[in-house]
Design a protein around this ligand. Structure first.
Ligand code: SAJ
Length: 457
C-alpha cells in the first residue's frame, strides 16, 4: 500500500477519519447514521435545507431511522449535516448516494451523479476515498466518475481512492437493514477496494469485495433485473391462467413448496417503486451502447407495463356481469402505494389504473391508510383526492372495489362482504366468491347476469 493509502487505512482503523455522505435519502441517512455509530465524525451533505435542518435538530425523516438515533449522534457531536459542499474539503471519505432516475425516453438521468461528483472534484485532495453508491449502468465509475475526478490532476488509485458499492436498502424491511445486509464493493485498484472495504467493515457486518467497480455495478443490476423479469414472468402466467381458467395464486402457492430451484413471485397490477422499474433500463441502455439488445428486460418491461390496462379490462368485465359500464361507474381503489405497508407512490401502477379509469369515464376514489392525500398531478386525474375511511357508508354508492395494493391493516373479508363487486389483483380476499374477480383466476360459476328476460324470470 502507498503511504497515502496506509495513512487513510490508519485513520479508518482508528475511527479518526472524517467521513461524509452526499444525498441524505432512504440510502444516505441510514448509512451516515451507521458510520457515525461506528465512531466516525460524520458529515451529511444534501441540497435540501429541510433535510439538513431536521438532522441538525436531531430528527429523522426516514421511517427506518429512529429519531432517537439521530438525536443521540448529533448531541454527541458525531453527526451533522450541511448544504455546503465545501465541507468535503475537510473529509477523508465521501459516499455519493444521490438519485439515478430515468428520463422519459427511458435513458439514464445521470445529472444528480454528475453534479455531486463535480462538487467532490472541486474539493478533492490527496488521500481521499470516494465511493459511488447510486444504482447505475456498469462502467459509470470508471468511464464517468474517474475522468471527472482526474481532471483535477489527481490520479485514482495513487492520489485518491475510488470504488463503487451498490445500495441494498429495502425501505420498511424490519429484518434487513444497512448494518446486516452484506455490502458488495469494487475499487478501481486493490488499494481502493481494501480501503472501501475497511470503511464499510467498520459499520456493516459483512463486506463482499469484488474485482472492479463494473462488477459491483452489475451485481446490483442483476439483482433487480432478476426481480423485474420474474415479476414479468408471473404476470404473463397470470394472464395465461385468466385465459385457461386456472387459479394462478393456487399454482404459485403449490410451486413454492419446491424446496430448491424456485422462488415465488406474485402477479400484480404492474411494477412500482424507484428501483425495479428503473434499474433494468440502466442495464439495457448500456448493453445497447455496445450493440446488444437486452430482450428479457424489454419484454418484462412491456408485460409489466401492460398490467394496468389488463386490470382496467378486468374491472370492465366484472362490471359487465352486472350490466354496468365503466363509464359512469364509481370505482373505489384500495391501495395506491407501490407495495404493501409503505407510503411510497413512486411509479405505483395504482396511479396508472386510476388515470385510465378516469379517462374512460369512471368516477375514481381511493382508500390508502399510508397515503392520506393524492395530488391530481400524481395520478394524472386532474383533481386532488383524499383517502376515504372504511366505514358503514363508504361503499354505499360504489359499483366496484379494486384492490391494487394489499396493505395489511385493511379487513378484506369485511370489504368483500359489503362491496357489490370486487376486483382483487393481490389475492387479498381469501376464498372465492361470485362477486370477487381475481387477477389470474377464473370467475366463480354463476356470476354471469341473466342474459334474457326468460333467464331472469
Ligand atoms: N411486485 C409484484 N410481484 C412480486 C414482487 C413485487 O408485483 O412478486 C411488485 C411490487 O408490488 C412493486 C414492485 O413489484 O410494485 C417492486 O416491488 P419489490 O418487492 O421489488 O420492492 P422494491 O421496489 O422496494 O425493491 C426493493 C429493492 N431493493 C433494492 O434495490 C435495494 C429490491 O432489490 C429488493 O429485492 C426488494 O426491495 C425487496 O425484496 O423487498
Amino acid at each position: 500500500m502507498s503511504a497515502l493509502a496506509q495513512e487513510l487505512r490508519r485513520r479508518l482503523d482508528t475511527r479518526t477519519a472524517r467521513v461524509g455522505v452526499i444525498g441524505l435519502g432512504y440510502v444516505g441517512l441510514p448509512l451516515a447514521v451507521e458510520l457515525a455509530r461506528a465512531g466516525f465524525d460524520t458529515t451529511g451533505i444534501d441540497v435540501d435545507p429541510q433535510k439538513v435542518a431536521s438532522i441538525n435538530a436531531g430528527e429523522s425523516y426516514i421511517p427506518d431511522v429512529p429519531t432517537a438515533d439521530v438525536q443521540s449522534l448529533v448531541t454527541a457531536g458525531r453527526l451533522r449535516a450541511t448544504t455546503d459542499y465545501r465541507a468535503i474539503a475537510d473529509l477523508d471519505t465521501v459516499n455519493i448516494c444521490v438519485p439515478t432516475p430515468l428520463r422519459k425516453t427511458k435513458d439514464p438521468d445521470m445529472s444528480f451523479v454528475v453534479s455531486a461528483v463535480e462538487a467532490v472534484a472541486e474539493q478533492l485532495h490527496p488521500g481521499m476515498l470516494v465511493i459511488l453508491e447510486s444504482t447505475t449502468y456498469p462502467g459509470t465509475t470508471v468511464e464517468l466518475v474517474q475522468p471527472q475526478l482526474e481532471r483535477t490532476g489527481l490520479k485514482a488509485g495513487a492520489d485518491f481512492f475510488l470504488a463503487f458499492s451498490p445500495e441494498r436498502v429495502d425501505p420498511g424491511n424490519e429484518r434487513f437493514n444497512t448494518r446486516n445486509v452484506p455490502k458488495v464493493v469494487g475499487g478501481t485498484t486493490p488499494d481502493c477496494s481494501a480501503l472501501a472495504a475497511a470503511l464499510y467493515g467498520s459499520a456493516i457486518e459483512t463486506v463482499v469485495p469484488v474485482s472492479s467497480p463494473q462488477v459491483a455495478e452489475m451485481v446490483k443490476l442483476l439483482e433487480n433485473t432478476f426481480r423485474a423479469v420474474n415479476i414479468g414472468l408471473v404476470n404473463e402466467i397470470a394472464l395465461m391462467c385468466d385465459n385457461l381458467g386456472i387459479d394462478v395464486w393456487e399454482v404459485v402457492d403449490a410451486a413454492k413448496t419446491k424446496p430448491f430451484g424456485f422462488m415465488p413471485f406474485y402477479p400484480g397490477p404492474g411494477l412500482g417503486g424507484h428501483c425495479i422499474p428503473i434499474d433494468p433500463f440502466y442495464l439495457s441502455w448500456k448493453a445497447r451502447q455496445s450493440g446488444f439488445e437486452a430482450r428479457f428486460i424489454e419484454l418484462a418491461g412491456q408485460i409489466n407495463g401492460s398490467m394496468p390496462e389488463a386490470v382496467v379490462h378486468k374491472i370492465a368485465d366484472a362490471l359487465n356481469t352486472q350490466r354496468k359500464s365503466l363509464n359512469g361507474s364509481h370505482i373505489l381503489v384500495v391501495g395506491v402505494a407501490y407495495k404493501r405497508d409503505i407510503d411510497d407512490i413512486r411509479e405505483s401502477p395504482s396511479l396508472d389504473v386510476m388515470a385510465v379509469l378516469e379517462q374512460k369515464g369512471a368516477r375514481v376514489s381511493y382508500i390508502d391508510p399510508f397515503v392520506p392525500v393524492l395530488p391530481g398531478r400524481a395520478w394524472r386525474g386532474g383533481r386532488d383526492l383524499t383517502s376515504l375511511q372504511m366505514g358503514p357508508g363508504t361503499l354505499a354508492d360504489v359499483d366496484c372495489v379494486a384492490i391494487l395494493t394489499d396493505h395489511s391493516s385493511i379487513d378484506y373479508a369485511t370489504l368483500a362482504g359489503s362491496a357489490p363487486l370486487v376486483v382483487d389483483t393481490r389475492n387479498a380476499v381469501k376464498g372465492r366468491y361470485p362477486h370477487v374477480f381475481k387477477l389470474g383466476a377464473p370467475a366463480e360459476a354463476g356470476t354471469a347476469a341473466p342474459s334474457t328476460a326468460e333467464e331472469a324470470a
